[in-house]
Design a protein around this ligand. Structure first.
Ligand SMILES: Cc1cc2nc3c(=O)[nH]c(=O)nc-3n(C[C@H](O)[C@H](O)[C@H](O)COP(=O)(O)OP(=O)(O)OC[C@H]3O[C@@H](n4cnc5c(N)ncnc54)[C@H](O)[C@@H]3O)c2cc1C
Length: 369
């Protein structure tokens, strides 16, 4: 049997696996990428969809620093493929004055004006019934909407150009370490095998299926609603943090002319629907809006999953048998696609990330799991 040898095998070619393959091939590594679906970003994976929000407007310094680092790599990618993947646009973060999330954002951007409920509705008339005591902040630099499926295809293209061997429809079922050579043998469902010096598993919420030791990978369901073209008076993206739940919206579709709303932390869909009826002029659940012209129509809804590690931090680690892992990127990991690669390269090959945070130090990542 032919057993090709690679420096690094990357299992799972979603956002993380592609980011890793991109960075490793850029550094000259011979990479084999194995993905069980027929393409990256397939339905049912966390990377599925047209758009994602990107922002240097997180409520914490860490993720803003990570985004700045990631942005440098994204700009290189955009230059290499000759197209804009990260569109600049306005993001509104708003909600109840007690929101810790908003307090975090305000503390990161003390010079930006805080607006109240009336000002929010005046600026974005599609929002209805925003309480007067609500507060928010609009940001329009270093943030916007990214064309996520185009990002995946662009990075995939660069990986192939840089020499990666990507095998789709390749479901990995076993990873073993050959004690004699120290190499890893990766077995697919159809019995074929690949041999590599290192293996990185980036299988999102399915990562724990490829571990022979116990790890906690929690999957979290989010519901998306797609809204037809013709919405008016909404920012490019927004996030509302209420005492009961968090939800977000952003431009969507191949031409960015439709809109997508995602629900976080809300298990009661009926309650959420009635919340939307109150907040938007929409016909969700048959509700007829007052203003036909501005009425938002729901096109369809779709559940989607993402993963958490046990401590809710992104998990870049090495298992006891020497296999590396990159997972747990929650609902915020897409914008860091190339940075996942840089961080994993620092973990595997020892290069400094330039990010001075204890949990991103190599020895801490190695000790993680
Ligand atoms: C609805 C939603 C909205 C989001 N919004 C944002 C946002 O606005 N901004 C942002 O930055 N992030 C956002 N995120 C988060 C971001 O999309 C995820 O963090 C990211 O996509 C995770 O990528 P991943 O590669 O870890 O996982 P995945 O994309 O799930 O990739 C894992 C891959 O591994 C493959 N695989 C699994 N098992 C095997 C196996 N045994 N063999 C071979 N292949 C295998 C899967 O098929 C899949 O392709 C959102 C996520 C969701 C779900």
């Amino acid at each position: 049997m032919e057993t090709p040898h690679y420096d690094t095998a990357v299992v799972g070619l979603g956002c993380a696996g592609l980011g890793i393959s991109y960075y490793f091939t850029m550094k000259g590594c011979k990479v084999i990428g194995l993905e069980k679906n027929s393409d990256s970003g397939a339905m049912g994976t966390s990377s599925y969809g047209f758009t994602r929000i990107w922002r240097v407007t997180h409520a914490d310094k860490l993720r803003n620093d990570m985004m700045r680092e990631s942005l440098k790599l994204w700009r290189e990618i955009e230059l290499a493929v000759g197209k804009t993947l990260l569109e600049n646009g306005a993001i509104l973060n708003f909600g109840h004055p007690d929101s810790e999330f908003l307090k975090g954002i305000f503390s990161q951007f003390p010079d930006d004006p805080v607006i109240d409920g009336d000002e929010i509705m005046k600026k974005y008339p599609a929002f209805k019934n925003v309480p007067k005591d609500y507060i928010g902040m609009v940001t329009d630099t270093d943030c916007g909407v990214m064309r996520s499926n185009e990002c995946l295809q662009a990075v995939k293209h660069l990986c192939l150009e840089q020499g990666a061997n990507f095998q789709y429809n390749s479901h990995v079922v076993k990873i073993e370490n050959d004690a004699q050579t120290g190499y890893f043998i990766i077995t697919l469902r159809d019995g074929s095998q690949y041999i590599a010096r290192n293996v990185i598993v980036a299988c999102g919420y399915q990562t724990d299926k490829l571990k022979d030791e116990t790890i906690e990978v929690m999957s979290y369901e989010v519901e998306n609603f797609h809204i037809e073209e013709g919405y008016q008076g909404l920012p490019d993206a927004f996030l509302e943090d209420t005492p009961d739940h968090v939800y977000y919206g952003l431009k969507d579709g191949a031409d960015l002319k439709s809109y997508k709303i995602g629900l976080h932390e809300e298990r009661n869909i009926d309650a959420m629907m009635s919340y939307f009826q109150n907040r938007f002029d929409t016909n969700i659940l048959g509700h007829a809006g007052e203003n036909e012209k501005n009425k938002l129509k729901i096109k369809g809804s779709q559940p989607c999953f993402y993963s958490f590690g046990k401590d809710k931090k992104y998990n870049y680690s090495r298992g006891a048998n020497g296999v590396y892992y990159a997972y747990g990127f929650t609902g915020t990991g897409f914008k860091f696609l190339p940075l996942h690669g840089k961080i994993m390269y620092s973990l595997v090959e020892g290069e400094d990330t330039g990010l001075d945070y204890p949990w991103l130090k190599r020895e801490v990542m190695i000790a993680r799991i």
